[in-house]
Design a protein around this ligand. Structure first.
Ligand SMILES: [Zn+2]
Length: 175
């Protein structure tokens, strides 16, 4: 229960856990945060106000497939329940893609490579959470293999786009 962050799910899978349940993808959607393989996207931030791209060009969810724009979601996410539903659909599809990819990689015998690719894409600019590096080393996966200069961040390691104003400081969200 309560395992919902992408990095938490993948580390737990690597440690042998194959079931998780969490409000995170739906609750965080209601707060305007879309999950992507490049890290969570806070749609409430003003930089999305004129971005007419979908949340993720590669995502097959109904919102992205219909090219619902980040700009539309930015302007409606806190006003219209339908916008929260759209981001909720996206976040659930993101998590299905994340763990489906893990399943496929385990079957193919390429799970360590899957983990390295995910962490490189998701945390490249902020650095890998130290606890993830250590936890994965304990099961024989070295995230730094082939990338010895990768940054490592201490602490909880959550990666969030920061809110812009006091009333938007809802992040990071736990649970
Ligand atoms: Zn989507």
């Amino acid at each position: 229960m309560g395992i919902g962050f992408a990095e938490d799910l993948l580390v737990c899978i690597a440690l042998g856990i194959d079931m998780a349940d969490c409000v995170f993808p739906t609750r965080t959607a209601r707060f305007g945060v879309a999950l992507t393989f490049q890290g969570p996207v806070n749609l409430r931030m003003s930089k999305h106000a004129t971005d007419f791209n979908p949340i993720d060009e590669t995502c097959p969810c109904p919102s992205c497939a219909d090219r619902m724009s980040r700009a539309f979601l930015h302007h409606t996410i806190t006003l219209e329940t339908a916008a929260a539903h759209a981001v909720t659909q996206h976040n659930l599809v993101f998590q299905a893609r994340l763990v489906g990819g893990a399943r496929d990689a385990i079957v193919a015998g390429t799970f360590p490579e899957y983990l390295r690719k995910f962490f490189r894409t998701y945390f490249d600019d902020t650095g890998y959470p130290e606890w993830c590096v250590n936890a994965l080393r304990s099961v024989g996966v070295d995230l730094l293999e082939g990338d010895p200069t990768a940054k490592i961040q201490t602490g909880a390691g959550a990666k969030w786009e920061r809110a812009e104003s006091k009333d938007q400081e809802l992040y990071p969200i736990t649970g």
